[in-house]
Design a binder for this molecule. Structure first.
Ligand code: ADP
Ligand code: ZN
Length: 292
C-alpha cells in the first residue's frame, strides 16, 4: 500500500511516502511558511505520488473531536497564519483519500509502539523535549485524546533551588515547557543548548525537571515504557540523571519490574527521528481501514 505521511511542525513540514510496514521510501522537507505558500507544494507532492491514504501528525493545539465542525483544524496556535486552518479538509478536497489525523507526539508514540522500542506494549508515553514539550500517550492500546488532547508539557513543577530563571511559557511562564524546553535552556544560560554539553549544572537542573514530570506521568498513567525524544534529548547524559531522579522522587513507592529495570523503562527514541513520519504511516493505514 502506498501511504503518505506528513509531520506538520511549526518550523518545518516533513512529507514522506511509505508503506504499511513502516518503510519510508522518500521524503521532502519544506519550511513552514503561510498556508498559501506551503499547502500547494504539499498537495502537489502527495497528488503526484498517488497515495492511497494520508496520515498527519500535527503541531497544535488541534481539534480531534470527530463530532465537531472544527475537526481536523489547527486551533489556537501562536503561528497566526495557521490559526483555525482546516488542514484535514484541504487535503481531503485535493486528494480524496482517507486521512488519519492526530497530534505530532501521538503520531510519534504510535510509530514507536508499532515499529519501535515499544512494540507490543499497551501503555506508552512518548515525550518530546525540543522547541516545545509535549507527550503522546497510549493507554490500554489506544491513543489518548480525552476532551482535547493531553498537553503534558504545561504542568507545574517544583523549582530547582538553584534556578532563578523566570521561565519562558507565554501562558504560564514557569511550567515544565517554560523551564525545560530548548529555548528556555538557551535563555537561562545565554548559549545554544548544544554548546552547554560540558556544563553539568545545566543538565542537573534539566534532569530535575524532566524527572518530576515523568514521576507524575508514572503515578497517573502507569506506563509500560517512557520514550524521550526531541533535540534536547540528544544530550545523552540526561538519561542517567533523569533515571536517578525518577527513582528518588518515587522513593520506592512504586515497585514494579519495569521500574526496577529503569534503563529499559526510560529510553531514547528508537526510530532515528523518523518516529513521527512512521507514526503518520500508521495513522494513514488506520484511516484507510476505517474508510475515514
Ligand atoms: P522541534 O521541537 O522544533 O521539532 P527539535 O526537537 O530539534 O525541534 O528541538 C529544537 C530544540 O532542541 C532547540 O531549542 C535546541 O535548543 C535543542 N537542541 C537541538 N539539538 C540539541 C543538542 N544536540 N543538544 C541540546 N539541545 C539541542
Ligand atoms: Zn505553559
Amino acid at each position: 500500500m502506498r501511504i503518505g505521511s506528513l509531520e506538520a511542525g511549526g518550523t518545518k513540514m516533513v512529507c514522506a511516502i511509505g508503506d504499511e510496514n513502516g518503510s519510508v521510501f522518500e521524503k521532502l522537507v519544506l519550511p513552514t511558511l503561510s498556508p498559501d505558500v506551503t499547502m500547494p507544494k504539499m498537495l502537489d507532492y502527495f497528488k503526484e505520488r498517488n497515495v492511497e491514504a494520508l496520515g498527519i501528525g500535527c503541531f497544535g493545539p488541534i481539534c480531534l473531536d470527530k463530532t465537531s465542525p472544527e475537526y481536523g483544524s489547527i486551533t489556537s496556535t501562536p503561528k497566526l497564519e495557521w490559526k483555525n486552518y482546516p488542514i484535514v479538509n484541504e487535503f481531503k478536497k485535493a486528494l480524496g483519500v482517507p486521512i488519519g489525523f492526530d497530534t505530532d507526539v501521538n503520531a510519534a508514540c504510535l510509530g514507536e509502539a508499532t515499529f519501535g522500542c515499544a512494540k507490543g506494549l499497551k501503555n506508552v508515553i512518548y515525550l518530546t523535549i525540543g522547541t516545545g514539550i509535549g507527550a503522546g500517550i497510549i493507554v490500554e492500546g489506544n491513543l489518548l485524546h480525552g476532551n482535547l488532547h493531553p498537553e503534558a508539557g504545561h504542568i507545574q513543577l517544583r523549582r530547582h533551588p538553584d534556578d532563578k530563571y523566570d521561565g519562558k511559557c507565554p501562558y504560564h511562564l514557569d511550567c515544565f515547557e517554560g523551564l525545560a524546553a530548548g529555548p528556555a535552556i538557551e535563555e537561562r544560560w545565554h548559549k545554544p543548548a548544544k554548546e552547554l554539553a560540558e556544563e553539568s549544572i545545566v543538565w542537573e537542573i534539566e534532569a530535575y525537571y524532566i524527572a518530576q514530570a515523568l514521576a507524575t506521568y508514572i503515578l497517573i498513567l502507569a506506563p509500560d515504557k517512557i520514550i524521550l525524544g526531541g533535540g534536547v534529548m540528544h544530550q545523552m547524559q540526561l538519561f542517567k540523571l533523569v533515571r536517578r531522579y525518577v527513582k528518588e522522587i518515587l522513593a520506592g513507592y512504586i515497585q514494579t519490574n519495569a521500574i526496577e529495570d529503569i534503563d529499559n523503562y526510560i529510553v531514547p527514541a528508537s526510530l532515528h527521528d523518523e518516529q513521527g513520519i512512521i507514526g503518520g504511516l500508521c495513522l494513514g493505514k488506520e484511516a484507510y481501514g476505517s474508510g475515514n
